[in-house]
Write a protein that binds this ligand. Structure first.
Ligand code: A3P
Length: 290
């Protein structure tokens, strides 16, 4: 791509879901539901900016039993790619188990047998105010997405679900309401910030991985924000400039809880709380906001 400006695509809407025309194909997304799933397959499901990249690092290290050298042969984004990216199906079919994949898709788009209990799902949630802020900054440096005029404009877009991933409330509510039909682990970004070791242990139990104390320590050590930032397999700085303008941002941006307070106005925060209460009133999930 010669001119990055030419690459600033708008979203395309397919069966009510917004896709990014530069990297997704509606026809291929439609085929995903028929993929054949094995019990060893693992799908990390996230709304964008909830810590997908973090799980890619943690799971890479769990598979490698904490041995960072063994993860250096490949970028995490290639080892555990998004299923909705163009060309994913063939790679999925030919990959050796365990096939670990990530996705931002809504529940209705993923393989039917996964939804019916074959394979495993790890759903990573994050408080949506911080997601909104992280996503705003991401839009400013992702060349495949439209640059927002300012935070206020992006706030409106997010609230209307006019972003890739659609409405946050719908994403989490639908996935969570189907949890009993799947092999499903729910974890949160804030719990990982608070006690990464415990969350890594939960993930290991869920995956049936029996790591030693030292191996667990190594997984945790190499999955901290600081160590990921210095690890080119994990920090996404190798993603081409045509997709991410590395001069203008970083995938590993801040890695904290509560950055929304530096962006939201009081009015926006109050409005958000109101919408949250309304939309989440029947959902037994609580979030850590700071
Ligand atoms: P911020 O923009 O708030 O910093 P995703 O991979 O789903 O797009 O999520 C990216 C977000 O997860 C970014 O949030 C990024 O900094 C954060 N993140 C990734 N790895 C992390 C880590 N080890 N510790 C804390 N935050 C991390």
């Amino acid at each position: 791509i010669d001119n990055v400006e030419d690459f600033k695509y708008k979203l395309i809407t397919h069966r009510g879901f917004h896709l990014i025309s530069a990297i997704h194909s509606p026809e291929e997304v439609d085929r995903i539901q028929n993929w054949e799933i094995q019990d060893s397959d693992v799908f990390v499901v996230t709304y964008p900016k909830s810590g997908t990249i973090w799980l890619q690092q943690i799971l890479s290290l769990i598979e490698a039993r904490g041995d960072i050298e063994a993860t250096k042969d490949q970028l995490n984004s290639e080892r555990m790619p998004w299923i909705e990216l163009i060309g994913s199906e063939e790679k999925f079919i030919s990959a050796t188990p365990p096939r670990i994949r990530v996705t931002h898709l809504q529940h209705r788009f993923v393989p039917i047998s996964l939804r019916q209990g074959t394979g495993k799902v790890i759903y990573v949630a994050r408080n949506p105010k911080d997601i909104l802020v992280s996503y705003y900054h991401f839009h400013k440096y992702a060349c495949m997405l439209e640059t927002p005029k300012d935070f206020n404009e992006f706030y409106e877009k997010f609230m209307e679900g006019q972003v890739y991933g659609n409405c946050w409330f719908e994403h989490i509510k639908t996935w969570y309401s189907h949890r009993d039909e799947m092999n499903f682990l729910y974890i949160t970004y804030e719990d990982m910030i608070k006690d990464l070791r415990s969350e890594v242990e939960r993930i290991c139990v869920f995956l049936g991985k029996d790591l030693s104390e030292n191996e667990l320590e190594d997984v945790v050590k190499h999955s901290t924000f600081k160590n990921m930032l210095n690890n080119k397999q994990a920090n996404y700085q190798q993603i081409p400039i045509s997709l991410l303008d590395q001069q203008n941002g970083s995938f590993l941006r801040k890695g904290t809880v509560g950055d929304w307070k530096n962006h939201f106005t009081v009015a926006q925060s109050e409005q958000f709380d109101q919408v949250f209460q309304e939309k989440m009133k029947d959902v037994l999930l609580s979030f850590v906001w700071d």
